[in-house]
Ligand binder design. Structure first.
Ligand code: GLP
Length: 262
């Protein structure tokens, strides 16, 4: 895993947006895997700016989101459908038919999960998957003990995740759904490139375990150690519990010109 430590989330988000923008410019019909949560918001803001001010063109891009709550319709303000419209899709020239988010209202959830997996395959697979990390090490909504080979399926959220996300539901834990549909860990591992973001001191333990700990289903993000092209962009507070920060900083500062992120 390549670890890029930046002073602030704003600086890290600009690098993340540049990596995504470079892919979109090189392969205008690329397939992006997208994430929700507070972490990627600044990256989306920068992508919107690049679209408006530097003509970044999303007209041929296809997207697949990681997850959605079960039981929230797209019109619900806390649904991930609404989140994506608010922070990205409503501000760029993406074709509506190219947007894919699991349907948390599906009557037949296993069928919806199978349909989602098939749609990813039909699109040619995901070129780049953007990820956040939960305070318990989850990616997507793959909570600790998720199978590291799992595919898109229903999951039950942990109390910790529901408590973390209650802030989006007026602080009311009772309003946070118990279930979600999420891409599996195996689905995420199949994508060609992974870009994980982690900002803030509350992510430091999960992040250190994911990057420098053993690969374990107790921290699903740790499986990214097995991904051939995984980058992790973090801020200083999120880096606080890593052992090898001096090495990560040296690597980033001394990249050969052709590897630098402009
Ligand atoms: C959420 C999402 C994840 C996200 C994580 C962290 O519940 N399902 O995709 O990465 O938890 O969220 P945040 O970025 O708000 O800290």
């Amino acid at each position: 895993m390549e670890i890029i430590i930046q002073e602030t989330p704003a600086l890290g988000s600009i690098i993340a947006a540049r990596i995504i923008a470079k892919l979109v410019r090189t392969r205008p019909d690329c397939v992006l895997g997208l994430a929700t949560g507070s972490t990627p918001i600044a990256t989306y803001r920068e992508l919107v700016r690049l679209h408006r001010e530097e003509s970044l063109d999303f007209s041929k891009v296809t997207t697949f989101n990681l997850d959605e709550y079960v039981g929230l319709p797209p019109s619900h303000p806390q649904s991930y459908h609404a989140f994506m419209d608010e922070h990205l899709f409503g501000h760029i020239n993406i074709a509506r038919e190219n947007i894919h988010i699991p349907d948390g209202m599906a009557a037949d959830i296993p069928a919806e999960c199978a349909r989602y997996e098939a749609a990813i395959v039909a699109a040619g697979g995901i070129d780049l998957q953007l990820l956040g990390i939960g305070t318990d090490g989850h990616i997507g909504f793959n909570e600790p003990t998720s199978s590291l080979a799992s595919r898109t399926r229903i999951k039950t959220l942990t109390e910790q995740t529901r408590a973390d996300n209650a802030r989006f539901f007026e602080g009311d834990l009772g309003k946070v759904p118990f279930h979600c549909i999420t891409m599996g860990v195996g689905t995420i591992m199949d994508c060609r490139q992974v870009l994980m973001l982690a900002f803030g001191a509350n992510k430091a333990t999960a992040l250190a375990d994911a990057v420098e700990g053993p690969i374990t289903a107790m921290n699903p993000a740790s499986v990214l150690q097995m991904h051939p092209v995984a980058k992790c962009i973090i801020d200083e507070p999120a880096a606080a519990k890593l052992q090898r920060t001096a090495y990560y900083r040296w690597v980033y500062a001394n990249k050969p010109e052709w590897q630098q992120i402009h």
